[in-house]
Design a protein around this ligand. Structure first.
Ligand SMILES: O=C(O)CCC(=O)C(=O)O
Length: 266
């Protein structure tokens, strides 16, 4: 069965939630006009990396983002892996991915497990400890955030899945800097090949006072082939994916059957 995905590769205004909410609403409407099954947004789209001001501009319990995104997905009857938002909790602020189904129901929250020191995340954020597994549009799926893709053990944990149902699609939401966009692409292709899954990865573009961001949002198939890739500009990247391709690749080279976790010392 084919699945249409639309990735919103947006520039994000630094520390300006009002402007970002307006932009995401506009871009979401544009993306929805092509009737995709799933819309994907980038990491920390409400604030960008203005982490030092999160006490002021963070979202208490993510209530504002949940209500906004639930309304958008319900209005356009579309599923969304809705990027991540700064969720203020009583223990501190988390970088939290929100996933909604087409009725506007919040299906999953996943908080970034690996904090990225090069961008001071560990000073301002607290890490999550739960996995990013969910079902969306009928498919076993997983979502992770940016730096998480450098941890193949974490991704493998997700792809092995639950209850014997191996995960078929890995969603990645990111604010990945332009300086390492070659790593972005190589890591994502590797995660797709080794896990024999689709990778649907949405990055932001533009710049903030400290970084230029790379764009190059990408959709990769389970054989490692690039199905669609954006350049560095603001755009909406559309792709059609055939989920059955995952089973074909997993049957031809049965990596999940042949793996021997018992002898791996991690
Ligand atoms: O791992 C990298 O090079 C980039 C990671 C990153 O920018 C992030 O996690 O926000």
């Amino acid at each position: 069965m084919g699945l249409k995905v639309a990735l919103i590769q947006a520039d994000i205004a630094y520390g300006d939630p009002e402007a970002n909410y307006r932009k995401i609403e506009r871009e979401f409407e544009k993306a929805a006009a092509d009737h995709p099954d799933i819309i994907v947004l980038p990491e920390l789209w409400p604030t960008g990396y203005d982490l030092a001001r999160l006490d002021e501009i963070g979202d208490p319990e993510a209530e504002q983002a949940v209500s906004f995104l639930s309304g958008l997905t319900r209005k356009h009857q579309v599923n969304a892996v809705a990027g991540s938002v700064p969720k203020q909790t009583k223990d501190g602020t988390k970088n939290t991915m929100l996933v909604f189904d087409s009725s506007g129901r919040l299906v999953k929250e996943y908080s970034k497990a690996h904090l990225f020191r090069l961008m001071n995340e560990e000073k301002y954020l607290i890490q999550g400890n739960d996995n990013g597994l969910f079902h969306l549009a009928g498919h076993p799926s997983a979502g992770v955030i940016c730096y998480d893709i450098r941890f193949p053990d974490w991704i493998r944990t997700h792809m092995v899945g639950e209850e014997g149902k191996q995960t078929k699609i890995l969603y990645v939401v990111a604010e990945w800097p332009k300086a390492r966009v070659d790593h972005w692409k190589a890591l994502l292709i590797s995660r797709a090949i080794e896990n024999q899954c689709f990778v649907v990865a949405c990055n932001r573009t533009g710049a903030d006072p400290n970084n230029e961001f790379g764009g190059h949002s990408i959709v990769i198939g389970p054989w490692g082939e690039i199905i669609a890739e954006a350049g560095g500009e603001e755009t909406i990247l559309h792709a059609d994916i055939e989920i059955e391709d995952v089973d074909k690749v997993r049957e031809s080279i049965p990596v999940f059957t042949d793996r021997r976790p018992g002898i791996y010392k991690l």
